[in-house]
Write a protein that binds this ligand. Structure first.
Ligand SMILES: *Cc1c(COP(=O)(O)O)cnc(C)c1O
Length: 374
């Protein structure tokens, strides 16, 4: 009888390491590509793409980042509490929703106004206050958020709006920057130039996300807005070469190892049938942890450095992998690498039929989170 403590049962079942030093490295890699007049913000919406904005944003602040984009006002309020200075700008991409104008002012949150209707609403909300800081978002072809051409014309002629609002930036968003030869990139650039010129004022501009930065300096303007690249996702989704360092290592432990006979089935629905004798390891990660169910019979994990296919369906807390090819002994308590040096997040995304963004933002809350390289 082995001592359960000695066998490591008390150690965590899964660990999510978040490498703050690599996120910082990715930030500086992007920054080096910018000319002196261009500021580099960080997009930390959705809790810094699932990695923890409370740790990621201060780490980027230490690298000199002073501009942060989040999705909504709640994220902005939370971010304001963890930034060490009062001067860093926090922009709210989805606009002036979910909090009062007083809350925006109190937490010094800058709403992105996504239409001329937003401008009129915000002017009423901040009436009588000192010029209110805002970002104006112009649509240049994505057709998701942003001023239409008619909105731009209305804004141009609204002297009261220009007086009431302190327009920090005029921004737009690229739809196809992950595909550099796509003609939509140049079309959006041209449209951005035309519509911003139509405003007829000296202003500052922001267009590029991570992939947009890699399109070259004419896309950079005054402020760039990288997200995915900071977290190690390849912004060039059609390329196998990734300049950026993976920001997470996700490991889960094997909780059981079993021998399978030929024609045994594995898991719910009996979707997998063995052709010959095999060895299977049951691993403590499942769809409740963001290991997507679409990885059933399609995903891979690495055990002792060997690539092992997921066999059978992903269940809520567990997956099963075929470890027959692993020559070293495989035992309960051993680790399986889910995301890491053998298998970056983009590989897991490809196996699941999705993008790295969805893999990171789906990561669940049961992992023991460890921040390294602080
Ligand atoms: C999410 C987002 C970004 C960041 O995009 P990445 O592709 O992750 O670099 C930039 N700008 C806007 C408006 C966004 O919504």
């Amino acid at each position: 009888m082995t001592d359960p403590a000695a066998s490591g049962h008390e150690a965590p079942l899964s660990t999510l390491e978040i490498h703050l030093d690599r996120i910082a490295w990715n930030y500086l890699f992007l920054k080096k590509r910018l000319s002196a007049g261009t500021d580099c913000s960080a997009v930390v919406k959705a809790d810094a793409y699932g990695l923890g904005a409370d740790k990621v944003a201060p780490a980027l602040h230490r690298q000199g980042c002073r501009h942060f984009f989040v999705g909504n006002a709640d994220e902005g309020v939370a971010l304001r509490q963890v930034l060490p200075d009062a001067d860093s700008s926090i922009y709210i991409l989805n606009g002036p929703w979910g909090a009062t104008a007083g809350d925006f002012a109190h937490h010094r949150l800058v709403p992105v106004l996504n239409s001329y209707a937003d401008v009129q609403f915000w002017m009423a909300a901040v009436a009588g206050k000192a010029p209110s800081p805002v970002v104006l978002h112009i649509d240049t072809g994505m057709n998701r958020l942003g001023f239409s051409a008619a909105d731009v014309a209305a804004m141009k002629n609204d002297a009261a709006a220009w007086q009431a609002l302190d327009v920090r930036y005029v921004m737009s968003h690229l739809a196809c920057a992950d595909d550099p030869p796509h003609r939509k990139n140049q079309e959006q650039l041209d449209r951005f130039r035309d519509l911003t010129q139509a405003l007829g004022r000296p202003l500052r501009f922001s267009l590029a996300n991570s992939a947009g930065i890699l399109l070259g300096s004419k896309y950079h303007y005054d402020l760039v807005r990288p997200g995915c690249a900071l977290y190690g996702i390849n912004p060039l989704s059609f390329s196998d070469h990734n300049n950026f360092q993976g920001a997470v290592t996700l490991r889960a432990r094997i909780v059981q190892v079993r021998d399978l006979a030929p024609a045994d089935t594995v898991g719910y629905g009996a979707t997998y049938t063995t052709k010959s004798r095999a060895k299977a390891a049951t691993i403590s990660v499942g769809y409740a942890d963001g290991y997507l169910r679409s990885l059933s019979d399609r995903g891979y994990v690495f055990i002792h450095g060997v690539k092992c296919p997921v066999i059978g369906r992903v269940s809520m807390d567990l997956i099963t992998a075929d470890v027959s090819q692993v020559t070293r002994p495989v035992q309960p308590g051993d680790w399986a690498e889910i995301i890491g040096t053998h298998q970056p997040v983009d590989s897991v995304a490809r196996q699941a039929g999705t993008i790295g963004y969805e893999i990171l933002t789906a990561l669940g809350t049961r992992y023991k989170k460890e921040y390294t390289g602080v």
